[in-house]
Write a protein that binds this ligand. Sequence first.
Ligand SMILES: Cc1ncc(COP(=O)(O)O)c(C=O)c1O
Length: 402
Amino acid sequence: MPTQSSIRVAARVGGFTYAIRNIVAEAKKVEAAGTRVRYLNIGDPIPFGFKTPPHLVEAVARAVRDGHNGYTASAGIEPAREAVAAEQTRRGMPVSPDRVVLTSGTSEGIELAIGALADAGDEVLVPTPTYPLYTAVLGKIGARAVFYRTDPDRGWLPDLDDVKRLITRATRAIVVIDPNNPTGAVYPQATRRALIDLAEAAGVPILADEVYSELGFDGHVPLLASLAPDAAIISFSSLSKAYLAPGWRAGWLAVGRTDRLDDVLAAIKKLADGRLCSPGPMQYAITAALTGDRSHQREFVRELRRRSELTVARLSAIPGMKVSTPHAAFYAMPQVSLPRGVTDQEYVLGLLRATGILCVYGSGFGLPAEQGFFRVVFLASLEQLGEIYDDMAQFTERFLHQ
Ligand SMILES: Cc1ncc(COP(=O)(O)O)c(C=O)c1O
């Protein structure tokens, strides 16, 4: 018998990191050692008691009972694609249903679009800090994430000069995440307009991640393409956040109406054929969500705003910490002024081991580790958050003066 050695793993896996989940392994160790862990690492409202609207649950249950359990068309069922097209059109991005593809969450939409646009060695502009799926997907296909700066001292707005400077002949797309995870930023119209102008001047499409557009604290955030319906923009969203159903993996993408994107649309559909379809029964909930009652969003956004206010008040009162005010979603990105030579990961792991509070370090979102940023998900109740911030304050005081 030949020696039994381990089966080799593809080298590209080495380039694939996803801090939001990777850090859970550390938390499990802390839990095994007897400390209760408070998970503020993942943007899922369900474990914090928020409920999927009943009419969406019923739509899925009915679809299953009625026997809609086979594969669907790879772009998704017609009524849901019509509902997405009508919704995008109503919100200022006029598209026909044949430019909509239903996907397994926003995540798969992003992966399909990047797969259709970028080859190994190509570049895609991604904000820092970024939602880490972008770097992970680009790493997997051997394309390069080129980071443009967003400015914590200006509410985490993109540095437009940096974007301009970084666009090259190798640039295949610009990612815009607005409202933003991990910062909670919402961009003003002038910034959005400038991003579109830069992209259009370079002939590069924008990948508009709009999964939080219905969770703005001051009302719905307009779709990026509503500023320029003929610009090359692909919009992504899902039922995960604003419709409280992240586990269903029910998402969509809409490809802007310009014929400059026709080949990209065809490529996305070709790639989508290979995975057969997104989960079938959940597609029925997309129709129900976009044509039915959305009153749950009022209550959800009210709760988020209260949590955001508490988060900003409590964290900015901690000596050595500052935080920029979020305007949407359930994330804040505080910064702790670390002693020289200490990393954000050391602070976050220290916090976890001492208090059981699990956050994600800023370097997991592409920020320099010495800058001391970390992300807080503020979905827990006000009471729980109050206790968490008490513990964080005590730990930070000790950590900064040790
Ligand atoms: C900016 C952003 N894009 C995409 C996703 C993935 O969402 P989905 O569940 O729709 O795949 C998330 C999830 O946290 C996100 O924050």
